[in-house]
Design a protein around this ligand. Sequence first.
Ligand SMILES: Cc1cc2nc3c(=O)[nH]c(=O)nc-3n(C[C@H](O)[C@H](O)[C@H](O)COP(=O)(O)O)c2cc1C
Ligand code: SF4
Length: 419
Amino acid sequence: MVKENRLLLKNIHYDDQIDLLAYKSRGGFLGLQKALEKSPAEVIEIVKQSGLRGRGGAGFPTGMKWGFVPSNSGKPVYLVCNADESEPGTFKDRLLMERDPFLLIEGMMIACYAIGSKTGFIYIRGEYQYSHYILTKALQQAYSSKILGKDSELGIDIIIHRGAGAYICGEETALLNSLEGKKGQPRIKPPFPAVKGLYNCPTVINNVETLCAVTRIFEHGVEEYASLGTEKSRGTKLFSVSGIVNKPGVYEVELGVDMVEFLNDICGGLKADPKIVIPGGSSVPALKWSECDGVKLDYESLAAAGTMLGSGGFMVFGQDVSALELALNFSKFYAHESCGQCTPCREGAKWLVEILERVYSRKSYPGDLEKISSLCSQIAGHTICPFGDALVTPILSLMKKFPEDFNFDSFDFQLSSAT
Ligand SMILES: Cc1cc2nc3c(=O)[nH]c(=O)nc-3n(C[C@H](O)[C@H](O)[C@H](O)COP(=O)(O)O)c2cc1C
Ligand code: SF4
């Protein structure tokens, strides 16, 4: 029987979430206190030992990322919390920010201490008005209580900045450009942000959930945290579950739980006959329901099953959903959100929508299926940022797994008036 493990979510049921004293009375700032007993280098070492991997999607080891920050650059070091959360199907950071804002502030303070930063930024999705309100109130309290600010013990400032509704600004270098007041377009890497990030200074960018996990690692001790999950996927993970489940919502479980048991024991089971499962947000490959048996929710098992943990945006679609319609829906989203810098992404995304649309409306031309595959292969790996791969991944996996939904042969081919 799979059970929830509310390590990060343990205080989400209180309505006094922007009351600093209430946070302290529940053990708040114990993690920071314990971290301050160590040197910054030891704090980084502990985060490495915890096995924590970034929860924003790529799963990069957090301690290793912090360790890349040069200590002798002579420039200021910045911490940026990525709270852009725009991946379709993903809504877990919002819960953390709205229900336990000091957990994030504490995690950011530990991270700032470790990397030698005096300034942290929270780049928050523009549409998250309520999360912005809660965080602003919490920051005001932290300043008035002298936990933050120039006169505080650590002298750390945390500044909150609202995005303007562009999905691409979740990509870390586009986010940095946007934060600098430039167009939100990704930068070519290398150089990586740890060396040349915000205002060309060393910068660490971490997801909201990652930074909240840091607080718990220090509060509970690294041994306890590292004992959760599997050998290579340590700790807990939040999943935002939607679709044909009886109890959609945000759930936190130890990494490595069985996917089907998770759906049955925690999400209340399924209310219809399942067909398609996307476990990590719209940018990861789709699975057929028949492939889900025995698959565990951790980085390695999901990779072995041909998909990814991604952001933890877990979507289950029923038999009434056509894979073609889903591919068209996703491709419209990506075509709208492309920043336009790279021709394969900018033009390719539009062409994919055009072709999928005519297939969907039963007006496809002979060879359209091949055209989609060829377009996808010209986009993937040929762009500045991973958006290009994210765009083609769901389409290719849906076409491969559900060829019957893309069955061109059964359509009445019609030549459009343009030809
Ligand atoms: C198109 C695109 C969108 C992204 N959106 C987000 C996002 O909304 N939130 C996030 O934390 N990471 C997002 N990422 C990943 C970030 O670039 C980066 O890897 C992450 O913030 C690093 O934090 P972590 O190491 O704690 O996961 C996105 C990446 C891409 C390519
Ligand atoms: S892949 Fe797309 S989103 Fe990324 S930089 Fe190129 S055009 Fe912009």
